[in-house]
Design a protein. Structure first.
Lengths: 255, 163
């Protein structure tokens, strides 16, 4: 954009447009906002929300969620297709095993939920958004799984949100080449999925990227973590230290 | 490049992940943004490069050289992952420096005639910035770049005014 240092109509157009957009966003958050406009908030949000398709937006959403209280960290927005349906037998059996109580026969089936500004969906809606890394046991590595259903159960007065997932089986590849580079956080898993399991939503750690390849004649899924947090305990192993030392610069003044 | 193109096309990713052009290397997609380079390096490249170069045939000079290049590339990508973590610590900063030094030393060894650029030198200073200022998201200038981009996209009639 060609510009100059003096103020004029051109800059006025830019600043007016920018301020109008900010005022429209601000209007919805004001306490004296007319009720009729508040009713249209979901539609406004869909119209105004930027496409969440880059690092900066996800950073901002994550930060703004962190500043809210934990109750709002998990959001099920009003556009969610929330329908009460009978629970299929295979999922019901998994629920009985997981909850150790007799669950209700009906549940609300959600299409998506938002945690920390990131939207997780069921696999039938968006496969990539349904791929999650789960912390099922704090002492073990994260496990990749696919979300097939998101349930809301009414147990007594409480409403419990659970995800129905199918985990990847462990890979049969004898030597996973990605394990040499633990910081990159890629790992081979079997393409086969286990049966339905019921998991609490607080087990979700992040999304992952999935690539289906063949290694040593075995079809595998390479799972790459998309977490924006590097946790040192996953990669500061003795093997890694040896690997780093073997590559380490002997002459520190390389440039 | 064909391998990389097909890997970019076939990878299943969430909708929020920055998209990378599937025809990478073609002039038609223009320059990549910094975030696209980061996603390309930390998500797509490791899969393609490991598939192509991880199996090193001993005695095969080309294969051994590709294995070396894979090693230093993964050092660089590891440094990027650690540096762009939303959580940092002195251990993160040290790990970043180790990998960045391993990368630079590897480049010097494999490509002895390569001339380093000022950015290579500046990358070594990130270690102390991580220690001094914390996670990069708190002090990198991409939000300002974003605002500039947003202002540039506002439709105007391109008629400059007068004071």
């Amino acid at each position: 954009m060609v510009s100059h240092s003096s103020l004029g109509e051109y800059e006025e157009t830019i600043s007016r447009s920018f301020t109008r957009s900010a005022n429209l966003r601000g209007l919805l958050t004001k306490t004296n906002c007319p009720q009729a406009i508040k009713q249209c908030q979901p539609m406004f949000q869909k119209l105004l929300n930027p496409q969440v398709r880059d690092t900066l937006i996800t950073d901002m959403l994550s930060l703004s969620t962190a500043l809210q209280d934990t109750e709002n960290a998990v959001a099920v927005d009003s556009s969610n297709e929330c329908n009460s349906h009978p629970i299929p037998q295979s999922i019901y059996e998994a629920l009985v095993t997981s909850l150790r109580i007799t669950p209700p026969r009906y549940a609300d089936f959600l299409s998506h939920l938002t945690i920390g500004g990131i939207t997780y969906t069921v696999s039938s809606k968006h496969l990539g958004n349904s791929h999650v890394l789960l912390a099922l046991n704090e002492s073990e590595d994260l496990v990749p799984a696919r979300i097939d259903h998101i349930l809301q159960l009414r147990i007594g007065d409480a409403v419990k949100t659970l995800i129905v997932v199918r985990r990847h089986e462990r890979s049969q590849v004898p030597c996973d080449p990605f394990l040499r580079y633990p910081i990159v956080r890629a790992k081979m898993w079997s393409t086969q999925l286990k049966e339905f399991e019921i998991v609490a939503i607080d087990a979700i750690r992040s999304h992952y990227a999935a690539s289906h390849i063949t290694w040593d004649g075995i079809p595998v899924t390479v799972v790459t973590s998309l977490s924006r947090v590097s946790i040192l305990r996953y990669f500061v192993s003795d093997d890694l230290k040896a690997q780093i030392l073997s590559h380490r610069c002997t002459n520190r003044s390389v440039c | 490049m064909q391998q990389l193109h097909s890997d970019i096309e076939d990878m299943v990713t969430p909708s929020w992940l920055t998209s990378v052009p599937a025809n990478l290397g073609s002039p038609s997609h223009g320059k990549l943004k910094a975030d696209q380079w980061r996603v390309l390096g930390t998500t797509y490249l490791p899969i393609s490069l490991v598939k192509l170069w991880a199996k090193v045939e001993s005695g095969n000079e080309r294969s051994e050289r590709c294995g070396q290049i894979l090693g230093i590339t993964m050092s660089l990508l590891s440094a990027v992952v650690v540096a762009s973590s939303r959580v940092t610590s002195p251990s993160h900063a040290d790990l970043y420096l180790q990998h960045m030094q391993a990368y630079l030393a590897g480049v010097k060894e494999i490509f002895p005639h390569y001339s380093f650029h000022p950015n290579h030198h500046m990358a070594l200073h990130l270690h102390e910035y991580l220690l001094l200022f914390g996670p990069v998201q708190a002090w990198w200038t991409f939000p300002f770049e974003r605002l500039i981009g947003l202002l540039q996209k506002i439709p105007t009639n391109y008629i400059p005014g007068k004071c």
